[in-house]
Design a protein around this ligand. Sequence first.
Ligand SMILES: Cc1cc2nc3c(=O)[nH]c(=O)nc-3n(C[C@H](O)[C@H](O)[C@H](O)COP(=O)(O)OP(=O)(O)OC[C@H]3O[C@@H](n4cnc5c(N)ncnc54)[C@H](O)[C@@H]3O)c2cc1C
Length: 421
Amino acid sequence: MDEAAGGAKPVHIMGAGLSGLAAATILAKAGKEVHVHDIRADSGARFDGDFQALENWSMDVDFFDQLEAWGFDASTFRTTEFHVVDLIHPDDEITQPKSDKVAYRIVERGTSDHAIDQGMKKQALEAGAQIHYKSRVKEEDCTIIACGPKGTSAVAYGEIFETTHPNHIAFQLNDKLAPGAYSYLIIVDGVGLICTCLWRKQSKSERFLNETIAWYDKHYPDLNRKPIKRVGGKGDFTINERYKQDGRYYIGESGGLQDFMWGFGMRMAVWSGVLAARDILGECDYETEVRKQLLPYVRTSVANRWLMNRVGDRTFKRMCKNWMKSQSKRGDGLVWVGGLFRPRWYKSLLYHLVTPFMLRKDPKSMGRGVRRMPFRKAKARDQWEPSEEASAIGTQWTEIRRSGGKTSFANDSDEASISSE
Ligand SMILES: Cc1cc2nc3c(=O)[nH]c(=O)nc-3n(C[C@H](O)[C@H](O)[C@H](O)COP(=O)(O)OP(=O)(O)OC[C@H]3O[C@@H](n4cnc5c(N)ncnc54)[C@H](O)[C@@H]3O)c2cc1C
């Protein structure tokens, strides 16, 4: 049991995001004095109203049942359930995997009252945790480290817009528009987000977003897109030798607990916060439980990412076809995608074979043995000239920005830095 559990000693948490707030809520409910410190002005300020998906396919249990079992109240934030997705193949064919079960839930990240970050904040405050915003603390002075990404392994850029289109989700595998990754469209209640993820580092990266938007404008003619703002963020993908060191717990993205293949991390963020709190309360051993409950999924995702780094549109097309074959055979689109995320012996073997080549040591990790997936270099095929439509979208955005349209790209130093070539 950590010494912080021993009685009146307050617990200091670095980071008031999903993982930090989850841990704070459980500890405060158990009567601990909890202080959560965040360098930003509010929870969720790392994001700016982007939509994210709470995946519900990587395991049999529904994430909301997990939340309830852990004592969280999911009604404190807005969620929109989806059972279907437009799967956009690299050759522009659009098909629809679907499920009778809730496939995923869309939540908003940010500082709006209905954002998940604010919902988690409300619960932490109600439990009695004290949150200190714009508070800079040292890692050495905190028991739980929950401050999100440190390095950059991948980035995502998106545009948020008003739309008259009904609620809709699309997921696109296209190596030109989203090198090594995917793009997506999310529409919830009149607000849309088109986002592209770059798993290879690019110059003039905004051309990828413009080209992706042009693609969606063409294939979804009823979007009536009225741009509001552009957003973005980075993902940090690490494997840690130790998740608890010198009495400190590394949780959420700070502990590398997220999916290397496609970047899903909210579920593991909350989960790891719960495990750290339980260890402090003397109910489990964090290191053991992370290795048992979360690491098999992270390792599987490392193997998946290694494979993804080696393929392009031909394999993406094969994946889409296999997904749809599975849909026709099983009548449930979650079976195929769930299988991709679930631990398997051969993925574990692949993980052990490839990690020495795939990850780089982080010398600044306070002896925790952190290995990071570097942001990969661009390939020759990533050099292309924007289409006329994409250039027009770039010009449209420049005008909107001049008249007050905001661009935010959150990085660890809290600065706005999306490039605006
Ligand atoms: C563009 C984008 C899209 C994504 N989409 C999805 C998705 O659809 N589904 C999904 O599951 N995951 C998604 N993710 C990943 C997901 O956002 C993260 O896995 C998750 O937010 C991690 O939670 P966390 O608690 O570790 O960090 P966060 O929730 O980011 O919280 C970290 C907190 O620490 C604070 N902080 C930073 N530095 C310090 C410091 N030095 N001191 C004190 N506080 C500090 C930050 O201000 C922040 O409030 C996405 C990520 C990005 C960037």
